[in-house]
Design a protein around this ligand. Structure first.
Ligand SMILES: Nc1ncnc2c1ncn2[C@@H]1O[C@H](COP(=O)(O)OP(=O)(O)OP(=O)(O)O)[C@@H](O)[C@H]1O
Ligand SMILES: [Mg+2]
Ligand SMILES: [Zn+2]
Length: 228
């Protein structure tokens, strides 16, 4: 027995084209599922980690004024995209920096731009791993981070900032700076960020990103305590 699989889109039979009208006046146009498919592909390409599947503006519940201001800055950023100024989201562990960065990325990608979530430490690890892999080059990993419309660079300066790590960072930030590309950065460092990333990168970030600081308790610990 030969059973044809049901098409995902019954309007266009998965061709992504639909014809309106008949005869010489018929008009063929893209089916609505085409844009949805692009959005789904863009979202997949943004590499949002599974852990943050739930991270949206609606699911962010500010715990104090700094959280409210941070959410509002991120919402405005998404609303006014592609305005060029990025965000530098600073604050201690568990206050929702990554949550808000990802919520913003989601909105921007949904509006049709390309976006990428990049965990700073994992990025360095991947580059190191590429040194051992003859099929991969360093630029295969660095180019997408430089070229994407919106980069969310998460946990900047976490881990050991070796000379090599500082050089990778300089290349990424200088390239995005020169191209006026927009970047959202999250970090645990504030005044001491300059000690970690150096004056040249810090200076560019000051021009590229609006600073946003979140203060407060670690949401991860607080949630656990509330459950007990
Ligand atoms: N105000 C909030 N409302 C809802 N969920 C929150 C809030 N703040 C944090 N969370 C949740 O708590 C967890 C930790 O948040 P997140 O990973 O964004 O913290 P972070 O500030 O990036 O911390 P770290 O510096 O350790 O990376 C996530 O699951 C996030 O969704
Ligand atoms: Mg984080
Ligand atoms: Zn369709």
């Amino acid at each position: 027995m030969n059973i044809e699989p049901k098409p995902v889109c019954e309007i266009c039979n998965d061709t992504s084209w639909v014809t309106h009208g008949d005869g010489p006046s018929a008009v063929t146009a893209r089916c609505g599922c085409f844009a949805t498919g692009i959005r789904a592909r863009r979202t997949a390409a943004a590499k949002i980690p599974l852990r943050h599947d739930h991270s949206t503006f609606a699911s962010y519940k500010p715990r104090n004024e700094s959280g409210r201001a941070a959410r509002s800055a991120c919402e405005k950023f998404a609303e006014f995209w592609p305005d060029r100024e990025g965000l530098l989201i600073m604050g201690p562990a568990g206050v929702g920096k990554t949550h808000l960065g990802i919520a913003t990325l989601r909105e921007v990608v949904n509006s049709g731009a390309s976006g990428l979530f990049c965990d700073w430490r994992l990025f360095l690890q991947d580059i190191k791993a590429s040194f051992e892999d003859p099929e991969m080059s360093e630029s295969d990993l660095i180019n997408p981070v430089i070229q994407v419309d919106l980069l969310v660079l998460d946990d900047l300066a976490a881990g050991r900032m070796s000379e090599w790590a500082a050089e990778v960072l300089q290349v990424v930030i200088a390239s995005r700076y020169n191209e006026c590309a927009t970047t959202i950065i999250t970090t645990n460092y504030r005044e001491d960020l300059v000690d970690r990333i150096g004056t040249r990168v810090r200076s560019r970030l000051a021009e590229m990103c609006q600073p946003v600081t979140i203060v407060g308790e670690d949401y991860r610990l607080k949630e656990r305590r509330d459950q007990c």
